[in-house]
Design a protein around this ligand. Structure first.
Ligand code: GLY
Length: 384
């Protein structure tokens, strides 16, 4: 352990007791209970406005997070009302697949790991196994053999969109699961190819990360990094770095290939850029001397990453560091005020687009609760 931030996080982590975790989980579940009465069979928007989610159909990359929270609440409480609504949502996810509705992007894992994979894991229903495979086929169709990567967005082959993004690390576990559930190794092979391409492009030699990386559509040669939601092409977007902290262990879980040697350095970059309250600014261009809004969701994601990394012994004191992060989020960035529908306050969605600035967002809510689950029950089997 080398930095002051690490020492402070480890010290804060000592405040996390089973009773504290229980309390945090209880408060989060009260919110889910209240929110589900209003949300019904609709879905909450990606981010809140003044702490309230807009209701909409199942048409965004974020719809899995709400369903994932329902599965977590069901696992924690055993109350069938959470399972019932999650299952109703899965009907909507099936309909979305059947109509191929807003699925021309790579975020199929965010959508279907937290809905269908979780549903199958918890109920063993055959329909959900099929849903996992149908979703994995949609993701497979975005694989580009020229460059060996899954194209993030847009029309396939379009030169302006011939790129991958670091967030896609979280979409790959769906493919590993699909191979396990079908016995078909093609899913796993594509996941491995994309993973290797991503490691060798978006992660720079100093372990900072690009958000996205372009390839030449004619030759497939790696071309250049660029941002989509960061402050600039060369800045470190906090959530991008945290997708790396989480995504590498999630993928290594399925692999017997050597751990990327750069992983500890990638984690250290994240930790070293935390400001005084240890909650990251949305981009590491910003500091306490030159502040902007915080992105609490990046810290919740990093905490889940460190808890997965701890199982793989991939970073010293990973579990204690994650505990410190969750303690800081729980004490400073949550509220018991049920009028605010967010479990985790003060995130940033897309700053340059003015979206979800200083507001709760669904992935912050989800990963905060996932981290609590991981801490309270180390045997918990995740949905990725
Ligand atoms: N995956 C998109 C985001 O993190 O905002």
């Amino acid at each position: 352990m080398n930095s002051t931030n690490e020492q402070r996080l480890v010290a804060l982590g000592q405040q996390v007791t089973p009773a504290w975790l229980e309390d945090q989980i209880h408060s989060a579940i009260l919110k889910i209970e209240k929110n589900m009465l209003r949300f019904g069979e609709q879905f909450p928007s990606a981010c809140a406005t003044d702490g309230v989610y807009r209701l909409k159909p199942n048409d965004d990359w974020t719809n899995g997070f709400w369903t994932g929270m329902l599965w977590l609440a069901y696992e924690w409480t055993g109350d069938s009302k959470f399972r019932q609504l999650a299952k109703t949502n899965l009907d909507s996810f099936q309909d979305r697949l059947d109509r191929h509705f807003v699925l021309d992007h790579h975020d199929i894992g965010f959508l279907y790991s937290l809905s269908a994979v979780a549903g199958h894991q918890l109920t063993r229903e055959e329909a959900y196994r099929k849903q996992v495979l149908q979703a994995a086929d949609v993701l497979m169709a975005r694989f580009q053999t020229r460059g060996n990567f899954i194209q993030a967005w847009g029309k396939m082959g379009d030169a302006k969109e011939y790129r991958l993004i670091i967030d896609s690390l979280i979409n790959l576990p769906l493919l590993f699961r699909a191979s396990q559930l079908s016995g078909d190794s093609r899913y796993r092979e594509v996941a491995q190819k994309h993973y290797q391409t991503l490691l060798h492009t978006v992660i720079k030699p100093d372990a900072t990360t690009y958000h996205t990386y372009y390839f030449d559509p004619q030759t497939g040669e790696p071309s250049h990094g660029a941002t989509h939601q960061g402050n600039s092409d060369n800045s470190i977007w906090a959530r991008g770095q945290s997708w790396g902290v989480l995504g590498i262990p999630l993928n290594q879980h399925y692999l017997d290939t050597p751990y990327p040697v750069i992983y500890p350095q990638l984690v250290t970059v994240f930790l070293d850029h935390l400001p005084a309250d240890l909650i990251p600014y949305w981009d590491f261009d910003f500091t306490d001397e030159k502040p902007s809004e915080k992105d609490s969701s990046a810290l919740a994601i990093a905490a889940c990453g460190l808890l997965e990394a701890a199982k793989q012994k991939a970073y010293p004191e990973a579990k204690q560091l994650a505990k410190g992060m969750i303690y800081q989020l729980g004490t400073l960035y949550t509220t018991q005020d049920l009028q605010n529908e967010g479990v985790l306050l003060h995130g940033v969605y897309a700053h340059s687009e003015g979206k979800g600035i200083d507001e709760p967002n669904l992935w912050g809510d989800y990963f905060y609760l996932e981290a609590l689950m991981r801490l309270q029950n180390p045997d918990w089997k995740n949905y990725w």
